[in-house]
Design a protein around this ligand. Structure first.
Ligand SMILES: Nc1ncnc2c1ncn2[C@@H]1O[C@H](COP(=O)(O)OP(=O)(O)O)[C@@H](O)[C@H]1O
Ligand SMILES: N[C@H](CCC(=O)N[C@@H](CS)C(=O)NCCC(=O)O)C(=O)O
Ligand SMILES: [Mg+2]
Length: 501
């Protein structure tokens, strides 16, 4: 029996989750004999090293600051993971709708500020972002050119078969480059293992994420209209994921001749200034596009100067990706507010579009409304069914299981429950469990895992002109089934790709 016979031919229709499990059991059982696996792992690791599918090796002290020093292959799934093609195409179809939703929400200052009004009292980071937003509004800063490089993350809920959105990232959506490289790796491994694998490379869908992200940055640079300009990437001092970032810089130069410079927020305030027409200069270089790969977490603002840097960038005429309004539109509180009845109708005319977007919403609840008591009691009684989320990005911030009830009880008791406004409650999604080979630091193991599908998308608008609005490839992250948190950078998940069935 070859690997392929464990997978039905692609497109044979939605697979029931029990079948999904049998499928991947089948795949894994075919590869289970050690020699095949370790040979395949060796090929995967050499391919990854030769193709820049790498991350910093944190055990090497300079790995986070000096490119080319202390690299290791990215944490990987050895084989692509089976995924129903209908759910994949549904996620693809949603991409341009979420792009438009973010743009429209970002332009509705009243909605943004009302939705975040109580959160700002309980969460100082959100309050600082809102202060910058208010200054932009007060100064009448025009943000005619708007660039979004988003990633909408989903899990396939086993009980219902529904594709449910975990979150929508509007800032620093990472792994467009490494994610598309994993697709190439898996196609290579299938071809390399010949008919032994029996899998067909064509069932691993094309993944153009890196090229499409570079294209969007280049088109924004063009819309700004100054050929001397560079793209500024705002980065952290120490960065384990710098190669995912450098890939975009390399593609920008190779395909479009555009230079990208990397600066931290403290370097921006030290070297940056506004020209007579509020153009952004870093040293002598004029900047047309500011692409944030930092600035999404309070950790990125250790002092007032980082906030001054953020404001300087937002006041400039450079195209921000994201601008402050897009950043706020991606808050988890906004995700929860958009799920309230009648809210999507504010942003979409087309009824079908509303149905499509609403169909991927998991249960989402605010905790500071008059009628929040009911759901809080339910979550205290049955914490396993919920995830408690602060307004944070970057992984490692959520509360799961029994801790949910503890935290809710504590929040309710403290300061008359005002702290509840800094959180949202979300239905916990339980995807089907499937076996996968996980490879970390050259060591492989076969584990029971669950996967999370991210769909990248690019959006560029200049005034009334919608220049770009499309899906831009995907990221599959796979992690051991009993781990609560996800996240590759956070160290829980590996990079994977899809085998459509
Ligand atoms: N509703 C949920 N059900 C199951 N797992 C979840 C849910 N929400 C988040 N997670 C897990 O936690 C991880 C981080 O949550 P997320 O909302 O993406 O926060 P962050 O912005 O920090 O990435 C996700 O990648 C996923 O693995
Ligand atoms: N190191 C920074 C990481 C930036 C970051 O954490 N981005 C969030 C969205 S805000 C994200 O996409 N998380 C999913 C990737 C994961 O699983 O770790 C970078 O790469 O620029
Ligand atoms: Mg996330």
């Amino acid at each position: 029996m070859t690997l392929a016979s464990a997978y039905p031919p692609a497109g044979t229709g939605l697979v029931k989750h029990s079948e999904l499990e049998t499928l991947s059991q089948g795949v894994i059982s075919q590869v289970n004999d050690e020699p095949v696996v370790s040979v395949l792992v060796a090929e995967a690791l050499s391919w990854s090293s030769l193709h820049g599918l790498v991350v910093g090796n944190t055990s090497h002290e300079r790995s986070g600051t000096i490119p080319g020093v202390g690299l290791v292959h990215a944490p990987l799934s050895l084989l692509p993971s089976p995924f129903p093609w209908q759910a994949f195409s549904q996620a693809i179809e949603l991409a341009p709708l979420f792009n438009r939703l973010v743009d429209r929400v970002s332009q509705d200052a009243d909605f943004l500020r009302q939705a975040l009004a109580r959160t700002r009292k309980a969460d100082s980071f959100t309050a600082r972002l809102l202060d910058i937003h208010l200054q932009i509004l007060d100064k009448g800063v025009k943000q005619e050119i708007r660039l979004g490089l988003h990633r909408s993350d989903y899990m396939l809920d086993m009980a219902t078969g529904n594709l449910l959105q975990v979150e929508l990232n509007t800032i620093s959506s990472s792994f467009a480059a490494l994610g598309s490289l994993v697709t190439s790796l898996h196609r290579h491994l299938i071809n390399w293992s010949g008919d032994r694998s029996g899998l067909e490379a064509k069932n691993v869908p094309e993944n153009s994420a890196a090229d499409t992200f570079a294209e969007a940055l280049a088109l924004a640079w063009k819309e700004y209209g100054d050929n001397r300009a560079v793209v500024l990437m705002v980065v952290r001092e120490e960065e384990r994921n710098m190669y995912d970032q450098y890939w975009l810089a390399l593609k920008l130069f190779k395909s479009y001749g555009i230079k990208l410079i990397r600066k931290t927020l403290s370097q921006v305030i030290a070297e940056g200034k506004l020209g007579s027409n509020n153009e952004l200069f870093i040293g002598k270089q004029v900047v047309s596009v500011v692409y944030y790969r930092a600035g999404y977490s309070p950790d990125d603002y250790p002092s007032e100067s980082e906030w001054d840097a953020r404001l300087l960038l937002e006041l400039s005429t450079a195209v921000k990706c994201p601008n402050i309004s897009y950043h706020l539109a991606g808050a988890k509180k906004i995700q929860q507010e958009l799920a309230k009845p009648g809210i999507l109708e504010r942003f979409f005319e087309n009824k079908q579009e509303i149905v499509k977007v609403r169909s991927c919403f998991a249960g989402l609840w605010s905790l500071e409304d008059e009628n929040s008591d009911e759901i809080i009691k339910e979550a205290i009684r049955n914490p396993e069914g919920f995830v408690l989320k602060p307004q944070r990005e970057g992984g490692g911030n959520n509360t799961y299981g029994a801790d949910v009830s503890e935290k809710l009880i504590q929040l309710r008791k403290t300061d008359g429950g005002t702290g509840l406004a800094a959180y949202i409650l979300m239905q916990r999604i339980f995807p089907a469990v499937h076996p996968a080979y996980l490879v970390h630091d050259g060591i492989w193991s076969c584990k029971e895992t669950i996967s999370e599908l991210g769909i990248f998308s690019t959006y560029l608008r200049n005034g009334k002109k919608e220049v770009l609005n499309k899906e831009a490839g995907y990221l599959l992250r796979t992690k051991v089934a009993d781990s609560n948190e996800g996240g590759v950078a956070a160290g829980y998940a590996v990079l994977d790709s899809l085998y459509l069935i």
